[in-house]
Design a protein around this ligand. Structure first.
Ligand code: ATP
Length: 139
């Protein structure tokens, strides 16, 4: 059954507020796995993975947001994502994300150790941005 009760969601980065509003469901991913949050979820603090979070609205529409790591805090009827970087679909520069993807793929072919991990993370950020940037509203 589609949830109807809303809760307040804020998505902020160190620079700016990316989203603030009422949602009925948040589909997100922590480093330990996928997590769905509806109103009245138990209080929680978790480390977020690089992923496309899905915001579900009372009218049944959905919006993807790219979230590049950070912290999730769930309090009663108030949820905050403090992301290292986050973007709405319309904010994403797809050409830039594609360039970042190609650069990361190139780096992965010759990089080792820390550089490999860095390139891998850059590739994951680029892929999430490509996914979110290509998603239409209500997708
Ligand atoms: P790039 O190599 O393109 O800079 P990156 O993954 O290194 O990508 P980040 O360090 O994660 O970039 O982000 C730096 C800032 O740039 C953040 O404010 C982020 O929101 C923004 N940003 C990164 N990539 C894009 C993009 N493709 N479109 C819009 N904003 C982006």
């Amino acid at each position: 059954m589609y949830p109807t009760r809303t809760f307040h969601l804020d998505i902020v980065t160190p620079d700016r507020k990316v989203f603030s509003g009422e949602v009925v469901f948040l589909s997100t991913r922590t480093v330990e796995g996928g997590l769905g949050i509806a109103a009245n979820h138990l209080p929680l603090v978790a480390t977020l993975d690089i992923h496309a979070a899905a915001l579900h609205f009372p009218d049944g529409s959905r919006k993807l947001v790219s979230v590049c790591g950070g912290i999730l805090e769930v309090r009663r009827d108030r949820v905050t994502i403090l992301a290292e970087a986050a973007e709405l679909p319309e904010e994403i520069d797809l050409d830039r994300a594609l360039r970042a993807k190609l650069e990361a793929e190139k780096a992965l072919q010759k990089a080792r150790d820390v550089e490999y991990t860095r390139a891998e993370l850059a590739l994951r950020r680029a892929l999430v941005r490509l996914q979110v940037g290509s998603s239409a509203e209500g997708d």
